[in-house]
Design a protein around this ligand. Sequence first.
Ligand code: IVH
Length: 666
Amino acid sequence: MTPQERMAELTHILDEANYNYYVLDEPTITDQEFDKYLRELEKLEEEYPEYASKNSPTKRVGGMVIDKFEKIEHKIPMLSLPDVFDESEIEAFDERIRKAGFHPEYVCELKIDGLSVSLHYENGELLTGATRGNGTIGEDITHNVQTIKTVPMRLKEPISIEVRGEIYMSKETLAKLNLEREKLDMPLLQNCRNAAAGSIRQLDSSVAAKRNLDTWIYHLPNPEDYGIKTQFESLEYMKSLGFKTNPNNRLVKDLKGILDFIHEYQEKRVSLPYDIDGVVIKVNDLEMQKRLGFTSKYPRWAVAYKFPAEEVLTKLTDIIFTVGRTGRITPNAVLEPVIVMGSTVKRATLHNEDYIVEKGLKIGDTVSIRKAGDVIPEVVEPKLERRTGNEKDFQMITNCPICGTTLEKKKGQVDHFCPNAHCPARHIEGLIHFVSRHAMDIDGFGEKIMEDFFNLGFIKSIPDIYHLDHHREDLIELEGYGNKSVDNLLDAIEESKKNSMEKLLFGLGIEGIGDKTALLLSRNYKTIENLSTKTKEELLELRDIGPTLAENIVSYFQDVDNQELIHTLSEIGLNMKFLGEELKSSDSISGKRFVVTGTISFMGRDEIERIIESYGGQASGSVSSKTDVVIVGEKAGSKETKARELGIPIWDENTLYNVFKELGEI
Ligand code: IVH
């Protein structure tokens, strides 16, 4: 087989595997096999770039960066639909069509809350993906569309075609993304639609690739070119070409069928894994559609029924204040528990003083609550007609609720701050550090969550983290958490008990002990107990431990409170032993100092550094005359230049691959 033939074969295998996994949800090969084929293809593409396809499965992982979004004209405008808000309007829609002399059947489809996309294929190959834009001119988002696993790169038939549908982000992906963002102290994304739109508007496709976007395809602008007679057939046809069409689409005979569908999905809405904001009703027969035609703005043959935004009333029983890590004060509404969109809401953020004053909220008010984007609960407004006269005016606090220090508000800012750097509220920094990735790595434990739990009094010290299960019911009722996310968090906490010693040691936050020193100490002393008995002199025998660090370690373990803490953690069941592998040995790695720079395609930097360290090599961040090897990936910058200037040996991706392969690490 020639390389070109093998590349075509690999492309076919990977396309099929991708389709079976993502579109049909029926995996046919293992992840390892998939990776193996993908790597083989990548390697061949490197060797024979002239045969590499523009739509290669290797493009799925992203990496393409564009300067700006080019414009794409929609030859057939991308129209939106007239919204209808109640059943009588649907009745009127049906009646209007019947009055025109038709006896329509309808296709009911879920109205997916994402952003619409137009996909063009030429001879079966993906040519472009574009946003709707103003309906006539959209933006070219091909580089990002290629990373969406359910968008076929090649169709099952080599035809030229345009299809349209919705790009969306699942609720689960949004939740995960928000947890990540929380950890990084970034503002949360309000809903799936904004998150999907934000991901698609990235110039660098590796961002979109990580966002796990998905599609439902629902519209064929040129059905007559393919001999298609009805909307339902066009859905089937697009499905047969390899597109992901929604399995809930339903052909109904009459108005009753439409209303049944709407009622059914109004109920099922909360349990769907993606957001919908209504139901789209389309005349099935395409000839009938053609004769009904368009108004200046909309088709006459379809409407979008929008679900009413669920607003419920409850009582604002109190406003309490929480203190953030930076000392920022946030007022929170304490609400009489109420169910909104399937989950109980007990609290909602009120952001700051101005927000409360603008809404004119009083304690004791009946307020309406809405879930903004179905995720974060929001107090909409007080119901003035329900006031009894017993409501209490809101008064902004003047002192920190934790330490009592007078609050400050800078000119032009809306937030109040506690200026006390020693405010116990800031203890939570230590707690945040304990759960962070390089320490105990408790998945799902972001800063915001820690702040919440701290302020609610659930967690005041490290051991409290391991008693969080006592508050399971309270947690489930908190805003933004559900049964599943709470259980996942509790599982992750439980799982962290098994961590190897170095993670705990780093998590304890002993001054000057970073994750690398924690690993060195753990490898050498094997148990916390053993480490705790070491003298300064003994510690100094270790390479990389200087007098200050040795002093810090000794005095940490001499402190009675710290001894108590470690004893308690051990009682709780935290592992106190080093579980990591013994140092392996390799002439190419052991004892050498490495710097990894740029992107290595087959492995993340953390993993590379972990392997280097497992052979007793050192990974450091900056190149100096002490560096032994610089590993250079794609888009390496100044570090590579410096390494060359200093004449330091350089390993490119292939060399690294070969070394790791030889060592059996790949
Ligand atoms: S049909 C001419 N079907 O809702 C037909 N639209 O205002 C145009 N949408 O812009 C669209 N799910 O972004 C159609 N099953 C569905 C849909 C859907 C979501 C969006 C689409 C469109 C808007 C309608």
